[in-house]
Design a protein around this ligand. Structure first.
Ligand code: 5GP
Length: 176
């Protein structure tokens, strides 16, 4: 398949992302010193962020993933969510940090957090690389935020547009 070609405006340089990911990992490790942390990534967008974050953690880590699908168009979630791949670890009594690429309306995470609370983890936190607070519809408290970026459709570092651009090391705005 041919790669898409868009005009991409740089938003976050690779070095900026790496420095912030190291800070986030240090902060989470400090908060859960002496514990084992389950990093629960949301596929697919969080896969690169999650792998960098996991390797920077200073406490023992287990990793797991969920995959969620939301009805609606690809750029806006509808809040009607289905879990197409469930987590495989037993989360009861565990320290769980959900790793998300972008929190936008918050509808996806709102649904997932409801589901995860029913698994009775001891701690349940959210770490998002990017927070877009302007479009929030669900009340979601993001515990660890990499960057606040108010608007624009972003790609790179795991984020796609029609499955393209996920492997760019920086983050860019697509000029659609
Ligand atoms: P929401 O918080 O609105 O339920 O959905 C967040 C999800 O929408 C993210 O995990 C991501 O998959 C997608 N999303 C939101 N904003 C962007 C963006 O700027 N770029 C990309 N590639 N996906 C986005």
């Amino acid at each position: 398949m041919q790669a898409l070609e868009h005009n991409l405006t740089p938003v976050l340089a690779p070095e900026q992302i790496q420095a912030r990911v190291a800070e986030l990992a240090a902060e989470i490790s400090r908060d859960f010193q002496g514990r084992e942390v389950v990093l629960l990534g949301i596929l697919k967008g969080a896969f690169i962020f999650m792998s960098d974050l996991a390797r920077r953690m200073e406490v023992p880590v287990k990793v797991d993933f969920v995959r969620l699908a939301s009805y609606g168009d690809s750029s806006q979630s509808s809040g009607q969510i289905v879990m197409t791949k469930a987590h495989e670890l037993d989360l009861a009594g565990r320290t769980v940090v959900v790793v998300e690429d972008i929190v936008d309306t918050g509808l996806t995470l709102n649904w997932l957090m409801d589901h995860l609370r029913r698994q009775a983890p001891q701690d349940l936190k959210i770490c998002a690389l990017i927070d877009k607070p302007e479009r929030r519809e669900a009340q979601i408290e993001v515990d660890y935020v990499g960057f606040q970026i108010p608007r624009g459709f972003l790609v790179g570092y795991g984020l796609d547009y029609n499955e393209c651009y996920r492997c760019l090391p920086g983050i860019y705005e697509v000029n659609l």
